[in-house]
Design a protein around this ligand. Structure first.
Ligand code: AMP
Ligand code: MG
Length: 315
């Protein structure tokens, strides 16, 4: 069911949840002061409670009110990248509901760039919003994806196609001397851009690459798994036969389980579909989830993607 801004405001004020457009992907939003709506997010998504939610705010000032420590680093990064696809993880203020943070001492914050959601945030206050899909499934980048995901049971604010198309970069900012930063999830905003900004502002910091699972919950290798097996190929296949041999070899190397979740393996390699994306990485990100859905809908045995040679790194 698609709703307008006014109706979305009403539903959120009455402790409901609404699918909202952001520049990254569509979110499933609840007011952060509505415990029942927050619970509804987890129930609707079938999301485990150990996976924390990102809080969306309408301004830097609103974000400051939700943390117990707001360093200058956060001001510099928010001024440069907000509204936009950068999420900052900072020590939480006491009043932030532990349901949002999965009991962690930190909270994830972001000001999204979509004009409709900016208006919504100004009217109803901060919203917790994970991606509007069932847990572990491909994220939605169009209102119809959200409707399909929840069989029309969730109200969706139609904001068209998502401009970025992939989830935000998540950056942990730790209260140490000097401030320590770590990328918890990669996104369109790169670590190099973040570091450049901090260096230019003459802010002392260190970057730590590896963080513990406890600091970065909800990150699984199987998290964004499409419904059909997807195999990455490093070379353009010479012919269908060659492709089948290469896929069979790759698939035989995949373990049966990843982090306790059974890996879907194809029983046949007859029906193959190629995932084709723009070569420009910004455009490829924008269309990734939509294209994945389109090719998966035809129920092939395997989806394969030929990785552009510029993207193949070897250690
Ligand atoms: P999404 O489901 O796309 O909204 O992404 C939310 C992700 O942000 C979670 O799965 C976590 O990995 C990350 N996240 C949210 N809050 C925190 C937090 N307090 N500490 C670390 N990571 C967080
Ligand atoms: Mg998600």
């Amino acid at each position: 069911m698609q709703v307008n801004l006014q109706k979305a405001v009403l539903i959120l004020r009455e402790d409901g949840v609404v699918g909202i457009p952001t520049e990254t992907v569509y979110g499933l939003a609840a007011r952060i002061d509505s415990e029942s709506a927050l619970r509804q997010i987890f129930a609707t998504k079938e999301r485990p409670f150990f996976d924390p939610l990102i809080v969306h705010v309408s301004s830097l000032e609103q974000a400051r009110g939700l943390v117990s420590w707001w360093p200058e680093v956060a001001t510099v990064l928010a001024q440069r990248f907000w509204p936009g696809p950068l999420t900052l993880v900072l020590p939480k203020a006491e009043q932030v509901n532990p349901l949002i943070t999965s009991g962690l001492p930190t909270v994830a914050l972001r000001q999204p760039r979509h004009p409709l959601t900016q208006q919504l945030l100004e009217k109803v206050g901060p919203l917790a919003a994970p991606s509007a899909n069932k847990f572990g499934r491909v994220s939605p980048t169009r209102p119809e994806h959200v409707e399909g995901e929840f069989s029309g049971q969730v109200a969706v604010l139609d904001g068209g196609s998502c401009e970025v198309g992939i989830e935000s970069t998540v950056l942990l900012v730790k209260n140490s001397n000097p401030v320590q930063i770590s990328i918890l999830r990669e996104g369109q905003i790169l670590l190099s851009e973040i570091e450049k900004e901090m260096t230019e502002a003459k802010l002392p910091f260190t970057t730590v690459a590896a963080v513990s699972r406890a600091e970065s919950p909800g990150h699984f290798r199987h998290h964004y798994m499409p419904s059909v097996p997807l195999v990455l190929c490093e070379r353009i296949p010479r012919c269908q036969e060659h492709l089948q041999v290469a896929l069979a070899e790759k698939i035989s190397q995949i373990p049966e389980q990843v982090e306790g979740v059974r890996v879907r393996k194809p029983s046949s390699l007859q029906n193959l579909r190629e995932l084709v994306l723009a070569t420009d990485p910004v455009l490829a990100a924008r269309e990734l989830y939509q294209r994945l859905r389109e090719v998966a809908e035809t129920s092939p045995d395997v989806i394969y993607f030929v990785v552009p040679s510029c993207c193949i790194f070897r250690s």
